[in-house]
Design a protein around this ligand. Structure first.
Ligand code: FAD
Ligand code: DHB
Length: 398
């Protein structure tokens, strides 16, 4: 038996994009359902991003999601760039006229969003299976799924948002031949750890070392997060905790500074990829976040882009569904792709400047160092990095 119902917006995926979209639509009086194939506990524990642009934190505050972030988030006014054994500071506040970034983990944003949505009585179905979207060539697309108790549902919607991440089903549900993909694979991966040890630095350290890139970041004053460049096909079993700390120490240490270590509570390897699918819309199916685009993590842009997409989408859907105005929905893909391509370039640039390319020759490696010297000695070059890192495009929600 299939249970039929209707809502205004069907949202596939309870990651940051899907959850924030549901929240923003509710603020405008628009009903939605969110379906998610994982459990609530899994979504709340999945370790990923940690760094928010200034505009992202301001948006979360404006829409009533800032309380815990303001109490627990760590504001940073700059970063360190390290190469040839020297550490250089970039002061974002000075370079950009006062802009900053905030460390507040994606896990915490997801927890805040789930709690806010459930407190407001929202429909979120966890642990669904066999999600499908259909009737996409009409103005009443349908969302089908089997709930955690085994009941099949068919929800008729006015619009569907594909917020189902890179491996979701929505992008591939668009008509064959419509979607163009621009893609770049990188010949390395990141090994990321969480460790119970106070961060060894007040701000993030991005290090280019001849053995490979390393990044020191953090989650709280008690928990550090660190990343190491490893070969693209690396297996985590080859990295004991001792080997990870030794390699991090080797790539991060500078004279007069020591890396503190501690128990590793989580370790995983993530591939690096740039990927942009366009257009991000077919009629009333809209893609947002990782469902439409992926950046390598070096620029810390993925989460920020996902939240920016759904801010644009919530505005577009409000005009379409409450005001009968299609202009913003028609412009949605182009609006998002301008920001996406800026972040795609910045993430590619940061990645290429800081990693050791196993195929590069002396020419390539020397160009990297020249670029790093330029960024750390020219105010114009440093400002380019700072204004992209803190967020180039404004993010507004009236
Ligand atoms: P996701 O978080 O992938 O959510 C999609 C959801 O859809 C998932 O919960 C999934 O289970 C669900 N789903 C999938 N298929 C289905 C289906 N068929 N039916 C129902 N549900 C489905 N970004 C930053 O901005 N800053 C950073 O510092 C940063 N660091 C990162 C570090 C690492 C190691 C990694 C891997 C990523 C990092 N990112 C960072 C990227 C960021 O985590 C992602 O861009 C972000 O999670 C995208 O959110 P999303 O909601 O679009 O997708
Ligand atoms: C984090 C991840 C990044 O890729 C980055 O550039 C900065 C911070 C993080 O996980 O905190």
């Amino acid at each position: 038996m299939t249970v039929s119902s209707r809502t205004q917006v069907g949202i596939v995926g309870a990651g940051p994009a899907g959850l924030l979209l549901s929240h923003l639509l509710a603020l405008r009086g628009i009903d939605s359902i969110v379906v998610e194939n994982r459990s609530r506990a899994y979504c709340e524990a999945r370790q990923r991003a940690g760094l928010l642009e200034a505009g992202t934190t301001e948006l979360l505050r404006t829409v009533g999601l800032g309380a815990r972030m303001d109490a627990e988030g760590l504001e940073h006014g700059g970063i360190y760039l390290q190469f040839e054994g020297e550490r250089h500071h970039l002061d974002f506040r000075d370079l950009t006229g006062g802009r900053w970034v905030t460390i507040y983990a994606q896990t915490e944003i997801v927890k805040d969003l789930i709690q806010a949505r459930l407190a407001a009585g929202a429909a979120i179905e966890f642990e669904v299976s066999d999600t499908e979207v259909g009737a996409l060539d009409t103005d009443q697309p349908v969302l089908r799924f089997t709930d955690s108790a085994g009941t099949r549902h068919e929800v008729t919607c006015d619009a569907i948002a594909g917020c189902d991440g890179f491996h979701g089903i929505c992008r591939d549900s668009m008509p064959a031949g419509l979607v163009q993909v621009a893609e770049r694979a990188y010949p390395y991966s990141w090994l990321g750890i969480l460790a119970t040890v106070p961060p060894s630095s007040d701000e993030l350290v991005y290090s280019r070392h001849e053995k490979g890139f390393a990044l020191l970041t953090m989650r709280t004053p008690q928990v550090s997060r660190l990343y190491l460049q490893v070969p693209a096909d690396e297996r985590i079993e080859r990295w004991s905790d001792d080997r990870i700390w030794a390699e991090l120490r080797h790539r991060l240490t500078v004279p007069g500074w020591e890396l503190k270590d501690g128990p590793i509570t989580e370790k995983a390897i993530s591939p690096m990829r740039s990927f942009v699918a366009s257009p991000m819309r077919y009629r009333r199916l809209f893609l947002a976040g990782d469902a439409a685009h992926i950046v390598p993590p070096t620029g810390a842009k993925g989460l920020n882009l996902a939240l920016a997409d759904v801010t644009a989408l919530a505005k577009a859907l409000t005009s379409l569904l409450s005001g009968g105005q299609a202009q913003a929905a028609d412009a949605y893909s182009d609006t998002c792709l301008r920001r996406v391509w800026r972040a795609t370039h910045f993430s590619w640039w940061m990645t290429s400047m800081l990693h050791v390319d196993p195929h590069a020759d002396q020419f390539g490696a020397t160009l990297q160092l020249s670029q790093l010297r330029y960024v750390t000695s020219s105010r114009a070059a440093a400002t380019t990095l700072a204004e992209n890192y803190t967020g180039y495009f404004a993010l507004t929600w009236d």
